[in-house]
Design a protein around this ligand. Structure first.
Ligand code: GLC
Length: 742
């Protein structure tokens, strides 16, 4: 047993009296109900409240990362041990882009770095479930070998609005893409024998006032859009735990909401696992427990007292108390810590870095590539003028609990150099000096302070002209970061700053005058305004927050080592004002969305809106270029038991190897104005196809995905009539259509 644990065990032993061990049940050896019968009320209540640090002040600030220093320092929390019954503490740690624990510990020179993988949005852009599962497997192995039992991931809230500060931790504006890839992530992590926590359940779609905001949403919209990714993940991957969200839903905190946690999650979806709060989430510990929230994390002394008093005065029945105790014990039994797995504190950071790099490259989305600017031919364009602070200070991920303590970050400059390109050393020095000076001048940032990114460096025309004369081509990186606790802004965030606009304009003018090309790289946490400037550069590549190997992954795409195959998992609108939820999102101008947010747009989120109302966008959902082209043919639609099987043949009709994402959208027989014209109901990605090579792709759509939620009847119904199927390369780019009468 790990020595830390034994110390903790001793100090906890005293709390529960020194009953001799020989005549009492032991977890794992005796049936759980015997364990529960042998527990005192104190022990039961103690188990429901996380074992925050003993000296946890009840008014601890919202910063929670790295909270516990016990057992695995830097984890987010632990549960309480009850040694006399052989119940150990288990360890819970973040997060969605990799395990987050302290990289160093007092008293040892050993390090405990974890791999920073691409963020969820980047993984979603791969549209490749097996690949996402392989990333999950790598994260799960690090979780296991560092002694953590539950990884507090994945997060799969719908991207209702492009400015939500945590969108980078989420997958998509579409519930099928989000649900299928969330399932793959959970399967990948849990195949290591550790657990996950599917979060944040539910409707946590903004960071502003996240612990108090009341989401007002109609039942069919909640179920068909916002809960659907969770339902798919629960039914298809069985996460060990679910994390309830901070916000209220239709007046009740999610963590106190029995409609969510009991009726829907358990009775309708059949979930048998445990629900925990988000850290310090909710208000009323008794209501939370009664509603079906079993574990209060990270745990505060006052919660213990409130629950104990409620049991003593009959407000909390022992039946409900035992229900949560049972779920917690059933969880503990599954954990490596209970099974005394002898974790090594050794992980294969080299192999996992390779996985991270490969996933990052596959998630990159090529938005523009005029006159085959890319891939670069080193014999023609070996000297690159590298502009933009993010070229030299590449952003691997977002801030908050979704960050990772990684050993390094490969910048684009380093990635290009390793790929055999040279860039102008003088220009690099200018940037490095500026970045250091400006970064040093930033005020000390607390964990939950808004993220700060230094302003883009202004460059003189003379300097840009000089670069245009001596370098073969230009690369400009625009960077954006966001994080937990804060939503993004429009100015200098969604919109490019004046300096960034001028940089693109001046570099394009200077290099185009010399007949040389310009590529823009978007190292971004999410959607940016692109319409006003996208005509200028010759190529645009979305790199996202691509993890610690980001610079190498961009180089792999620029050199053609990897053909881009990413597709946008959310729409890139022309203007922020075009976003259907723009008037109901808590921005400076919309104070009314601070305390409660009306989801008045209904199902019309993302492409469901733009596609249905023919609203022009800058780049549509599911869009992404390749270095090759693909032709579609041989469509067949068959119904087999409770699945509709769509298959078609894809041929690589270009002259480079590549992968294609086949997207199947469906329009329903009923023309109901509450519903979008068509919705994504399935997708599949080909293997790498060589020029001329073909692959038959089959997409399975469960009939349950073709049902509508009938609010009056309170159940799902399959509309009768003819369904139309669209086999597309993006939501706007239809390649094959067919009909089927269900
Ligand atoms: C945070 C986040 C949640 C995270 C937890 C533990 O506030 O909302 O995603 O897992 O607390 O750090």
């Amino acid at each position: 047993m790990n020595k830390k644990l034994s110390i903790l065990t001793v100090c906890t032993f005293g709390v529960f009296g020194s009953m001799s061990a020989q005549h009492q049940p032991q977890l794992g050896k005796s049936p759980i109900n015997e364990i529960i019968s042998a527990m005192t009320i104190d022990e039961k209540v103690a188990l429901l409240v996380g074992f925050g640090d003993e000296d946890t002040p009840d008014s601890i600030p919202s910063a929670t990362i790295g909270f516990t220093k016990k057992i695995v320092p830097g984890a987010a929390g632990i549960t309480r041990a009850i040694p006399r019954l052989d119940i150990p503490s288990i360890v819970l740690a973040d997060g969605p882009a990799g395990l987050r624990i302290d990289p160093r510990r007092p008293g040892t020179d050993s390090t405990f770095y974890c791999t920073h993988f691409p963020v969820a949005t980047s993984l979603a852009s791969t549209w490749n479930a097996p690949l996402v599962k392989s990333v999950g497997n790598a994260i799960g192995n690090e979780t296991l070998e560092y002694g953590v039992d539950i990884l507090l991931a994945p997060a799969t809230n719908i991207m209702r609005n492009p400015l939500c500060g945590r969108n980078f931790e989420y997958y998509s504006e579409d519930p099928i893409l989000a649900g299928k890839l969330t399932s793959a992530m959970i399967q990948g992590i849990q195949q290591n024998g550790v657990g996950t926590s599917l979060k944040h359940f539910a409707l946590n779609n903004q960071e502003t006032n996240r612990t108090g905001n009341n989401v007002l949403v109609s039942p069919y919209v909640m179920r068909e859009l916002y809960l659907k990714p969770f339902e798919i993940a629960i039914r298809e991957s069985t996460p060990w735990t679910v994390m309830s969200s901070y916000n209220k839903v239709n007046g009740e905190y999610a963590s106190e909401n029995s409609l969510l946690l009991d009726s829907i999650l358990r009775r309708q979806w059949g979930y048998k696992g445990l629900v925990m709060t988000d850290w310090f989430g909710g208000q009323d510990a008794v209501k939370q427990t009664i509603a079906g929230n079993d574990l209060l994390m990270p745990g505060l002394k006052k919660q213990y007292k409130v629950l104990k008093d409620a049991v003593d005065n009959g407000k909390l029945s022992t039946h409900i108390l035992d229900r949560s105790v049972q779920r917690i014990l059933e969880l503990i039994i599954k954990t490596p810590r209970f099974q005394q797995y002898d974790y090594t504190n050794t992980v294969d950071l080299v192999a996992n870095a390779r996985t991270s790099r490969m996933a990052a490259a596959e998630g990159m989305v090529l938005l523009k590539n005029d006159n085959l600017t890319l891939p670069l031919d080193k014999s023609q364009t070996s000297r690159i003028a590298l502009f933009g602070i993010s070229s030299y200070d590449f952003i691997p991920g977002g801030t908050g609990s979704g960050d990772v303590n990684r050993a390094y970050t490969i910048s684009l400059a380093e990635g290009l150099k390793q790929a055999g390109f040279q860039w102008n050393e003088k220009l690099a020095e200018l940037y490095d000096t500026y970045i250091k000076k400006e970064t040093d001048a930033l005020p000390e940032r607390q964990f939950d302070d808004p993220v700060q990114r230094i302003a883009e460096m202004e460059l003189s025309d003379t300097l840009i002209q000089a670069q245009a004369s001596c370098q073969d081509m230009a690369v400009i990186t625009i960077g954006r970061i966001s994080g937990e606790f804060h939503d993004r802004n429009i100015t200098d965030d969604f919109l490019l700053s004046q300096t960034e606009q001028k940089l693109i304009e001046n570099v394009c003018t200077a290099f185009h005058q010399k007949g040389k090309k310009v590529t823009v790289i978007l190292n971004t946490c999410g959607v940016l305004e692109t319409s006003s400037w996208k005509e200028q550069p010759d190529a645009i590549l979305v790199a996202w927050l691509a993890g610690q190997e980001g610079g190498n992954a961009v180089a792999d795409i620029l050199t053609g080592t990897v053909t881009p195959s990413g597709k946008l998992p959310m729409t890139w609108p022309v203007n922020y004002e075009d976003v259907p939820s723009a008037s109901n999102f808590p921005l400076a101008g919309h104070k009314e969305s601070i305390d409660s947010t009306r989801y008045e747009e209904g199902l019309f989120v993302g492409y469901r809106y733009y596609d249905t109302f023919d609203k022009p966008v800058s780049y549509p959902f599911g869009y992404g270029l390749s270095y090759t082209t693909f032709d579609y043919g041989n469509l067949s639609i068959e119904k087999k038991e409770d699945v509709v099987e769509i298959s078609c043949r894809i041929i690589n009709s270009g002259n480079k190897a590549g992968k294609e994402v086949v997207q199947v959208y469906v329009s329903f027989p009923d023309k109901n104005e509450d519903y979008p014209t068509k919705e994504l109901k399935g997708f599949a990605k080909t293997q790498i196809l060589q020029p001329g090579e073909t692959e038959t792709v089959t997409v399975h759509i469960p009939l349950s995905y073709l049902k509508r939620y009938d609010e009056t009847a309170g159940c799902w119904k399959l509309p009768q009539g003819t369904f139309r199927f669209f086999v597309n390369s993006s939501v706007e780019d239809c390649r094959l259509t067919g009909k089927y009468n269900l």
